[in-house]
Design a protein around this ligand. Structure first.
Ligand SMILES: Nc1ncnc2c1ncn2[C@@H]1O[C@H](COP(=O)(O)OP(=O)(O)O)[C@@H](O)[C@H]1O
Ligand SMILES: [Mg+2]
Length: 255
């Protein structure tokens, strides 16, 4: 068994709305797995369940062979399972580099919560700064490191979000529609960086994406979610040729 993430027969309702229905998926260690499906299929909800934002009503979720059902997001973050977040409003007035430096460390106290022993703080700050400089170079944002995050383009913000995952020792990163609003050139940068994090750092990715070109370039396998359950899993070619998938996306007119 080489699944790093396993969702076993998970269901989740919001009030009377059954959003995830007896859903089971496996994400292989070292893969870049795609998750696609019509709007409202439950893709983001499934992410929230895996990342610990919500607990499932039934079923279980496994990470590295351990049951993580109902373990909260901050603990999973410390164990290397994380999702990217949009740069929050309150961080938009800080520079790109400072945004990286603000990511809480996996172990020990946050740099900015440490009030005592200024010499330790200085040493730790230097270390974090060095790491942030390395990361900002890796994601190709060194030329805007001192720019306020709020002034970055949409695509640059996405690269910065990806960079934030590199400030900790991530193992699995969940990406929810990060291509939205990103221009073609930066989209290629984003794709290349995801591939490099996968091959050079061993990240496993689970990628929700609307952009089928991006899915085709990046993901194998691809899982299709419809009405909260897995409809199909396969290569992007297999999925694009499947009649039931085409119907789920386009209704019965698609013949
Ligand atoms: N926190 C929530 N409370 C109530 N309903 C929600 C919540 N989150 C999602 N939903 C509903 O669950 C359904 C699936 O949403 P979502 O997981 O965002 O789908 P997708 O990401 O595939 O578009 C939608 O009908 C949405 O309105
Ligand atoms: Mg969504």
């Amino acid at each position: 068994m080489s699944a790093i993430i396993e969702v076993r027969q998970v269901s989740k309702a919001f009030g009377s709305l059954n959003v995830i229905n007896d859903c089971s998926i496996q994400v292989e260690q070292g893969s870049i797995t795609g998750l696609i499906g019509p709007n409202g299929a439950g893709k983001s909800t499934l992410f929230n369940l895996i990342a610990g934002t919500f607990a499932p009503d039934s079923g279980s979720i496994w990470y590295q062979g351990q049951d993580i059902t109902s373990i909260p997001a901050n603990q999973l973050f410390h164990r290397g399972l994380l999702r990217t977040f949009q740069i929050a409003q309150e961080f938009s007035h800080m520079s790109a580099l400072e945004n990286l430096m603000m990511v809480p460390p996996q172990k020990g106290e946050s740099l900015f919560n440490t009030w005592f022993r200024p010499s330790d703080v200085r040493a730790q700050e230097a270390e974090v700064r060095e790491k942030a400089l390395e990361v900002i170079e890796f994601v190709g944002l060194a030329h805007v490191k001192n720019e306020l995050a709020g002034n970055l383009s949409g695509g640059q913000k996405k690269l910065l979000e990806l960079g934030r995952t590199m400030m900790v020792d991530a193992k699995v990163v969940l990406l929810d529609e990060i291509a939205a609003g990103v221009n073609r050139t930066l989209l290629q940068d984003l794709i290349r960086n995801i591939q490099r994090l996968n091959t050079e750092r061993g990240y496993t990715f689970l990628v929700i994406e609307h952009d089928m070109d991006m899915i085709a370039q990046l993901c194998d396998p691809v899982i299709v979610l419809a009405q909260g359950s897995v409809m199909m899993e396969g290569t992007i070619q297999e999925i694009q040729e499947d009649k039931s998938v085409i119907e789920a996306y386009f209704g019965n007119d698609a013949h």
